[in-house]
Design a binder for this molecule. Structure first.
Ligand SMILES: Cc1cc2nc3c(=O)[nH]c(=O)nc-3n(C[C@H](O)[C@H](O)[C@H](O)COP(=O)(O)OP(=O)(O)OC[C@H]3O[C@@H](n4cnc5c(N)ncnc54)[C@H](O)[C@@H]3O)c2cc1C
Length: 475
C-alpha cells in the first residue's frame, strides 16, 4: 500500500509531525534535509519529550536516569557526534543496585557479589546457575521467563520486586514479551552468576555509555536546532486534538483552533489518544481495545542537597518493596562539566506509580520526606535539603500486562490502515524504547518516503519487524 503526498500546495506541508520528542525531532530533521516542507507540533512549551533536560537551582537535570547506549548503530552515533562534537562524552558507568542489605556495583562484579551477598542467597544463586541448562524457557509471563533465565533466587531478590515497582503488578501478570525485550539486561546477571559459580573474578559487562556535557537534553536541543536550520516549522504549545483524513490530505487541528494540512502525518501520540482524536473514528472494538492499553505514570522528585557531591555514583536502583522509590540518580555524576556548581547537587528520585495512587497526590515536601526515608532504609547518606521540586509524567511506560498483545494488535491494525498517517515513537508503537531506537524509527520512517513522494508501507513494515526483534540494551 502506498500514500502519495501532495507536493507543496499553498499553505500545505509535505509532512506534519506530531510530538517533538526524539522521534518527532529526528523525523522532521531528516525529512527537511530531503527537501520536504515540514511542520512539527508539540504540546509542551519546549521540545525533547521524555529526553528533555531542565534546570533545578542552576543544575541541569534529566527526567530520570538517561544514558546513550554505546552499541547504538554507527550511522546514528556519527550523526550525534556531528551534532554534539566533543560535548558527547564517553563515560564509565558507576551505578549500584540494592540486593538484600548490600549495595552492589552495576555492571555486576562477581568478586564483589561473592563477598557481599549473604551465604544463603549465594548458595541459591549458585544452585540456580548450575541447573540453568535444565530450565525450560517457555512461559507466557515475565516471571516465568525471567525465572527460567536467571533462576528463582535472583528473581525473588531483584527482578520480582523491581517488576512489581515498575509495573504496579506481579511478574506473574506481566507479558513474557517484556522479558524478551530485556534479554540483554538478563544476560549480565546470567554471565555474572556463571562467573560466580566458576570462581572467576571480574565484570560481566564493561558498562560504558555516552552522555552530553550539559545534560541528556543537549541531544534533543541540538537536534531541534538542526531541524530549525533545515527549515522545519516547529510550533510548541500546540496540542493536537483532531487528525482528520480526507481523500487528498490530512488536516491537523490544535486545541487553540489552528488547522494545518499536509500530505502525510507522522504521529508520535500515544495510540489511545490517536484513536480518540482521529476522523474517521475507529470501530467500537478498536476504541474499546485502545482503552485497555494502559501506561504507567511516574513522579520525579528533585531534592537539592547543600554541600557538593552527594555520592560518587551516577545511580542507585532500589528493588526494596518497603519504598515506592525505584531509583535515585545524581545528574552531575553522569558527565564531566566544569560549569556544574560545586556547592550543591541534585538527587532525582523516580517513583513509578498510577495516577490513582495516593502517592500521586502528595505535595512536594511529603515526597521529599519519602526520599529521606528511602535513604535511611537503604543505608544511603542523608541529604541537607535546601529545595525540592517535582514533575509528574502521566504516560511514561506502556504496561505489558499479560494478554495486552490482542488489544495492541486491534488498535495497531486500525492505525496501520489510516491513509496518510504513520505511527511511530515510544507512545505511537507502544514500545519501551530507548532514544537510539526512537531515532532509528524516525530515520526508517522518513526513508520509507520515496523520491516520488509515496510512502512505502512495505518498507515500513520491514523496519517495524526489525524494531520488534531488537532488545533493550543494558544501559
Ligand atoms: C525514567 C526514564 C529513563 C529513561 N532512560 C533512558 C536511557 O537511559 N537511555 C535512553 O536512550 N532512553 C531512556 N529513556 C527513554 C527515552 O526517554 C525515550 O526513548 C524517548 O524519549 C522516546 O522518544 P519519543 O519521541 O518516542 O517519545 P516522547 O519522548 O514521549 O515524545 C513524545 C512527544 O509528544 C508530545 N505530545 C503528546 N501528546 C501531544 C499532543 N496531543 N499534541 C502535540 N504533542 C504531543 C509530548 O509532549 C512529547 O514531547 C528513559 C525514559 C524514562 C521515562
Amino acid at each position: 500500500m502506498e500514500d502519495r503526498l501532495i507536493s507543496h500546495m499553498a499553505g500545505s506541508y509535505d509532512l506534519i509531525v506530531i510530538g517533538a520528542g526524539p522521534a518527532g525531532l529526528a523525523a522532521s530533521w531528516r525529512a527537511a534535509q530531503r527537501g520536504m516542507k515540514v511542520a512539527l507540533l508539540e504540546r509542551a512549551d519546549h521540545v525533547g519529550g521524555l529526553a528533555a533536560s531542565f534546570d533545578v537551582v542552576g543544575v541541569r537535570v534529566d527526567q530520570g536516569s538517561h544514558r546513550l547506549d554505546p552499541h547504538a548503530p554507527p550511522e546514528l552515533l556519527t550523526d550525534l557526534r556531528g551534532l554534539l562534537g566533543d560535548d558527547l562524552q564517553q563515560r564509565r558507568r558507576s551505578s549500584r543496585i540494592r540486593v538484600g542489605d548490600e549495595w552492589l556495583s552495576l555492571p555486576f562484579r562477581a568478586d564483589e557479589v561473592s563477598r557481599r551477598l549473604p551465604a544463603s542467597l549465594l548458595a541459591r544463586v549458585a544452585r540456580d546457575s548450575a541447573l540453568s541448562a535444565f530450565r525450560r524457557a517457555e512461559s507466557d509471563t515475565y516471571a516465568g521467563v525471567v525465572r527460567s533465565r536467571v533462576g528463582s533466587a535472583l528473581y525473588d531478590a531483584v527482578y520480582g520486586p523491581l517488576a512489581e515497582k515498575f509495573w504496579g503488578m506481579s511478574g506473574e501478570n506481566i507479558s513474557a514479551e517484556h522479558a524478551r525485550r530485556h534479554t540483554a539486561r538478563l544476560g549480565t546477571w546470567r554471565v555474572a552468576a556463571r562467573a560466580l559459580t566458576r570462581g572467576r573474578r571480574g565484570r560481566a559487562d564493561v558498562g560504558g555509555y555516552y552522555y552530553p556535557r550539559t545534560g541528556f537534553g543537549e541531544l534533543v536541543e541540538t537536534l531541534s536546532s538542526a531541524a530549525t536550520d533545515s527549515g522545519v516549522d516547529i510550533r510548541t504549545e500546540a496540542e493536537v486534538d483532531r487528525v482528520r483524513v480526507t481523500e487528498d490530505e490530512v488536516e491537523v487541528t490544535t486545541q487553540d483552533g489552528d488547522a494545518i494540512t499536509g500530505g502525510l502525518v507522522f504521529s508520535t501520540l500515544p495510540l489511545p489518544v490517536l484513536a480518540r482524536i482521529a476522523r474517521p473514528a475507529p470501530s467500537l472494538t478498536s476504541i474499546e481495545s485502545s482503552a485497555r492499553l494502559r501506561y504507567r505514570a511516574m513522579i520525579l522528585v528533585y531534592v537539592v542537597h547543600r554541600g557538593g557531591r552527594w555520592t560518587r555514583h551516577d545511580s542507585h536502583d532500589i528493588p526494596d518493596p518497603r519504598t515506592p522509590v525505584a531509583r535515585i540518580s545524581e545528574p552531575v555524576n553522569y558527565r564531566d562539566n566544569p560549569d556544574d556548581p560545586t556547592d550543591r547537587t541534585v538527587l532525582c528520585a523516580e517513583i513509578p506509580c498510577s495516577m490513582t495512587d495516593e502517592v500521586w497526590g502528595l505535595d512536594d515536601e511529603s515526597l521529599a520526606d519519602l526520599v529521606d526515608e528511602t535513604l535511611g532504609l537503604t543505608g544511603l547518606p542523608g541529604v541537607d535539603r535546601m529545595h525540592v521540586e517535582t514533575r509528574r509524567i502521566g504516560q511514561v511506560y506502556p504496561i505489558y500486562r499479560a494478554g495486552y498483545e490482542r488489544d495492541f494488535s486491534d488498535v495497531d491494525t486500525w492505525a496501520r490502515m489510516i491513509r496518510r498517517v504513520v505511527t511511530l515513537g515510544r507512545q505511537g508503537l507502544f514500545v519501551l524504547d530507548n532514544i537510539d531506537q526512537a531515532l532509528l524509527m524516525a530515520y526508517d520512517a522518513v526513508d520509507a518516503i520515496r523520491d516520488d513522494g509515496r510512502f512505502d508501507r512495505y518498507a515500513w513494515t520491514v523496519a517495524r519487524e526489525r524494531f520488534h526483534r531488537s532488545t533493550d540494551p543494558p544501559v
